[in-house]
Design a protein around this ligand. Structure first.
Ligand code: SOE
Length: 400
């Protein structure tokens, strides 16, 4: 199997029938519950031979009818309305937190204290302070930990990182990232948890911006200072509970930011949920001394590249590369070249990486995001909000 630059190495893999089971207990049965469960079921026969066979031990959620239906739908052995009871199940070796942001800290900390390996959806927490308590807990417990920055596991992104790490772009001058959606532009869209600071921590910043911030760190390194602006375009929304009452939106609908990186590169990162026509529009562009690369999530199997040493009279210009060859990251698990994979497969790669790290006792980072990455991401998000409120540049300082 091609190791794709260490992305699908055989570390921890077992011949068919020898792979150990790994018991999963997941909190949350909505969007991420579906994406994660789909990945657990695909791993044994697609990331083959698997390092571990996920055993769907339990799924937890507040609504009994919904969580029982999810257990039947995805094939979990038990449904729980109390996540603590699920964490206490000795058959649960991995606690997977797919819940809303205000349900990340306590369950992850309790699971780590119970000796479970912990996987948590992004953003890790609502603030850097809350993220640090989670990081301290998993490090003290000595368990493996990972944050679901799944776009690291897009083959084209992994390929971009290989190009940058190989020096093919040379010195990096710019990182430019946007993440644009449109789904709350209707002022009658209700004030759901993602629009409430107490539950979400932030709006487009933590939900979408944190993905781009993570890719900036993954691809070119640490930012050293940021300047940010935020805006809430619709400040009152119906609560959506039939009462006819409205609530104040206390998170950002959009943000823009300027960054200077430790390596001298300059960056811009923005995210918005008010961009009509943009469905899940994440663009990453990196400009270096030897060339440029551009990634578009809505065309996720492609990478646009420009090489300065191409002959001007022949091929110089941006080229569109189909990242689908057996030697490209992760592709040896899937299909012949040109047969596309999609958004869901990033979760298959992501969990396979986590399970291999657990079974083989190998490092989750730098390929996967750990709680250190989740904490540092939260520090950057907090700095962007601080800058927006204070109207000045803010230095990035980590405590881990
Ligand atoms: C927001 O709608 C969202 O679902 C994010 O929460 C995900 O992290 C992103 O991958 C897609 O958009």
């Amino acid at each position: 199997m091609s190791d794709g630059g260490g992305f699908t190495s055989m570390a921890g893999a077992k011949a068919e029938g020898q792979a150990p089971e790994i018991g999963i207990g997941i909190l949350g049965y909505a969007f991420m519950g579906k994406a994660h469960s789909n990945a657990f079921k695909k791993i044994p026969y697609m990331m083959y031979p698997p390092a571990a066979i996920p055993r769907l031990v339990g799924i937890a959620g507040r609504n009994a009818d919904s969580v029982n239906e999810a257990a039947r739908r995805y094939g979990y052995e038990r449904a729980y309305t109390d996540w603590r009871e699920m964490v206490d199940n000795p058959d649960v070796q991995v606690f997977d937190n797919g819940g809303p942001n205000d349900a990340h800290a306590e369950p992850c900390i309790v699971a780590a204290q119970a000796g479970k390996h912990v996987f948590c959806e992004k953003p890790l927490a609502r603030t850097a302070e809350e993220a640090k308590t989670m990081l301290d807990a998993v490090e003290k417990a000595g368990v493996k930990h990972m944050v679901a920055y799944n776009y690291r596991f897009v083959p084209a992104i992994a390929q971009a990182r290989q190009l940058i790490q190989s020096g093919a772009l040379g010195r990096i001058f710019h990182f430019r990232g946007v993440y644009l959606q449109e789904w709350i532009i209707d002022p009658n869209f209700p004030k759901i948890w993602r629009l409430d600071k107490a539950q979400a921590g932030s709006g487009a910043l933590g939900d979408l911006g944190s993905h781009v911030i993570d890719l900036a760190r993954f691809l070119i390194g640490e930012p050293k200072k940021v300047m940010g602006m935020t805006q809430t375009f619709v400040k009152q929304r119906p609560l959506g509970d039939g009462s006819g009452a409205t609530g104040t939106v206390d998170v950002d609908d959009a943000f823009v930011s300027l960054l200077e990186f430790e390596n001298g590169a300059l960056g811009t990162i923005e995210a918005s949920r008010f961009c009509q026509g943009r469905k899940n529009h994440q663009i990453i562009e990196i400009n270096g001394e030897k060339g440029s690369i551009k990634f578009n999530l809505e065309r996720m199997n492609e990478l646009e590249v420009f090489w300065a040493d191409d002959k001007p009279e022949t091929t110089q210009g941006f080229r569109n590369v189909l990242v689908s060859e057996p030697y490209h990251p992760y592709w040896s698990n899937w299909w012949p070249q040109g047969h596309m994979i999609g958004w869901e497969h990033t979760f298959v790669h992501e969990f396979d990486h986590f399970f291999r790290a657990i079974v083989g006792n190998t490092a989750v980072d730098p390929i996967g995001a750990t709680f250190v990455d989740g904490y540092r991401n939260a520090v950057i998000c907090d700095a962007i909000v601080e800058s927006a409120q204070g109207g000045r540049m803010v230095d990035i300082r980590y405590d881990a």
